[in-house]
Ligand binder design. Structure first.
Ligand SMILES: *Cc1c(COP(=O)(O)O)cnc(C)c1O
Length: 363
């Protein structure tokens, strides 16, 4: 594919930026967005950065009816020198194309998408907040826009990237959460769309989430969709357990989303020579470990919070309080290291961060 140029139309007005202590996840958006169209037989074309604005889409656009869409989520961080860096962005575009493949959406050029994001962030660089723990959330997504009510892969799509400044996930250090193990609803099954980042998986998860939130649970822990025995993941996070000195996380079995944070946690643990295994783990095994005192820590991993320690798991009406409901040593160490690399205060031996060219020429 010949390299496209990115047309830029700058906004004539600048929105007021929210104060860094008033940032709510996903509520405020920056001055610009990236948009690119797909149509047969042209392929992806019309790459442009334009003022942030509503879209005009036909009501019969296929995405509204059959949910053919995928998304990604990553962040840009402001270092103390004022530079802006991304955390493992190539992993997100690799994953976007895996999701695309599952949803029959044409692939995007990963290098070009990364270039587009860097350019967009660079244009809206004043929106990357600098208060501790804040960042700029990047949301790339693709929707099918062909006006047609037939059930088939569409021939028209839009690839869009929007940016949202987000606050510190934890205001006073990382805080353990309460999780309910879901025994009735399932998120996905092997052979389904669980390993793709697609909106439908979230639509399917809302009911269980709503029911448990009434009882004060932050999220549900999903079990496998067939036997409801094996642990899969938590809401929008992958999950880890430290049992008798070994860290265990469910293997990528086809119904679990392959988190970039999950991958980073595994690499870090290996780097520190802490035993870590990706394998099948059942609730029964977890309960036994809890009862014999070898369940030492539990935590979720994802871009939004990086690490969420799990202080309590409730299964079949019984509570398991883990590590006295406090943040475990490994959870804290992994959190400190990953955030340190993201904000440039820790060394990055893995080459995980990528600088955004702040001096991108705006054509
Ligand atoms: C995005 C997501 C995650 C976490 O992935 P990261 O790349 O670490 O942010 C985990 N589970 C689901 C279902 C997700 O959609």
């Amino acid at each position: 594919m010949a390299e496209q140029t990115i047309r830029v139309q700058l906004s004539e007005t600048k929105k007021e930026k929210p104060k860094s202590d008033q940032l709510i996840f996903g509520r405020a958006f920056t001055d610009h967005m990236f948009v690119m169209d797909y149509s047969d037989p042209l392929g992806w074309h019309n790459a442009s950065i334009v003022p942030y604005q509503p879209l005009s889409i036909d009501p019969s656009a296929m995405v509204f009816h059959y949910g053919q869409s995928v998304f990604e989520g990553l962040k840009a961080f402001r270092t103390k020198d004022g530079d802006i860096q991304l955390f493992r962005p190539r992993k997100n575009f690799e994953r976007l194309n895996l999701s695309n493949d599952r949803l029959c959406i044409p692939p995007v050029d990963e290098a070009f998408a990364l270039k587009a994001i860097k350019k967009l962030v660079s244009i809206d660089k004043e929106w990357v907040p600098d208060a501790e723990g804040t960042s700029l959330y990047i949301r790339p997504f693709i929707i099918s826009t062909e006006p047609y009510l037939g059930v088939a892969p569409a021939s028209h799509y839009k690839f869009i990237v929007i940016l949202s400044p987000v606050g510190a996930y934890y205001k006073e250090g990382i805080n353990p959460i309460k999780i309910a193990v879901e025994n009735h609803y399932v998120r996905t099954v092997k052979g389904g769309t669980g390993e793709a980042k697609t909106g439908g998986n979230y639509a399917a998860s809302l009911k269980a989430q709503e029911l448990v939130s009434k009882d004060g649970f932050a999220q549900v822990l999903w079990l496998d969709g067939v036997e409801k025995k094996y642990i899969e993941e938590v809401g929008s996070m992958n999950v880890f357990f430290k049992i008798n000195g070994e860290v265990v996380t469910p293997e990528l079995n086809g119904s679990i989303l392959a988190g970039v944070t999950r991958d980073s946690v595994i690499e870090l643990l290996r780097h520190w020579n802490i035993p870590v295994s990706e394998r099948r783990i059942s609730m029964e095994e977890l309960r036994e470990a809890y009862l014999d005192g070898t369940l030492e820590e539990a935590f979720g991993s994802g871009t939004a919070a990086v690490i969420s320690p799990i202080g309590q798991l409730t299964w079949e009406g019984k509570d398991m309080v883990i590590n006295e409901g406090k943040t475990g040593e490994i959870s804290q160490k992994v959190y400190d290291t990953i955030t340190g690399i993201q904000y440039g205060t820790s060394e990055d031996p893995f080459g995980w961060v990528e600088e955004v060219e702040a001096k991108t020429t705006v054509k």
